[in-house]
Design a protein. Structure first.
Length: 241
């Protein structure tokens, strides 16, 4: 298969974490780790673009040995290694209040949501098995009708409508002088669609949501993190020796 368009090599690679670098059990793919390190070693920065929280993203960023800034909480929190601190593009207050309100109206809904909410700064996440349509229907007539509601494989995200991975990456590109014409994005879930829309080229890993596979430039024949070795090999083969 052709991983890349003719004559093109990415200058920046944006990568989702959960379901992309990890499998359905959240286990990190070690071949993917080596592949991303190879990109950095060849001067192609890797940007983590995730719905996960800043402590988790920073830990992975550090132990992967990456150099680029990262975009977490679906663009709600941007962090740069040479910056003065994280940039918060929204707060979690409305989303958390909406979760409490939903719990009063939808029997059995757990407003505390997923474990990583204890570190969330810009959004709030409910358990992935909650009734998505009931949540959307209830919020549509509520004071929080403006919130975006997106299900990934690991959570239902309640967030400010200004937030998306695509908007976060656009902000980082402007800040760091990246061209979106050089951006390659890799993901698996609906919250990755916004970065696919702005990237020059996009890859859906095997096991991606159907709508994500349909939107991608290329769909990997390999599940989750197994995508990265052949993808990175294809990129490195095009670099001048």
């Amino acid at each position: 298969m052709e991983w890349l368009p003719d004559g093109w090599v990415p200058s920046v690679v944006a990568v989702d974490i959960d379901g992309t670098l990890t499998d359905e059990h959240k286990r990190l793919n070690l071949e993917a780790v080596e592949a991303l390190r190879a990109l950095e070693d060849h001067g192609i920065p890797v940007v983590l673009a995730t719905g996960n929280v800043r402590p988790v993203t920073y830990g992975l960023w550090r132990f992967l040995g990456l150099t680029a800034p990262f975009c977490c909480e679906n663009g709600g929190v941007l962090w740069s290694p040479n910056g003065t601190g994280p940039v918060l593009r929204a707060t979690k207050d409305d989303a958390q209040a909406a979760a409490q309100w939903l719990a009063e109206r939808l029997p059995g809904l757990n407003p505390d949501g997923i474990a990583s909410n204890r570190w969330r700064e810009s959004e709030w996440c409910l358990q992935p098995g909650e009734d998505l349509e009931a949540i959307r229907s209830s919020l549509s007539g509520s004071p929080w009708s403006n919130l975006s509601v997106i299900r990934t494989g690991f959570a239902i995200h309640l967030m400010d409508p200004v937030l998306s991975k695509g908007a976060g990456l656009e902000a980082l590109a402007q800040q760091h002088g990246w061209s979106l014409d050089g951006l390659l994005a890799v993901g698996d879930a609906p919250n990755d669609l916004s970065m696919f829309e702005i990237a020059r080229w996009s890859v859906a890993v095997g096991g991606a949501f159907p709508e994500v596979a349909a939107a991608a430039s290329v769909v990997s024949p390999h599940l989750h993190g197994d995508t990265f070795k052949p993808l990175v090999d294809a990129i490195l083969e095009r670099l001048p020796s």
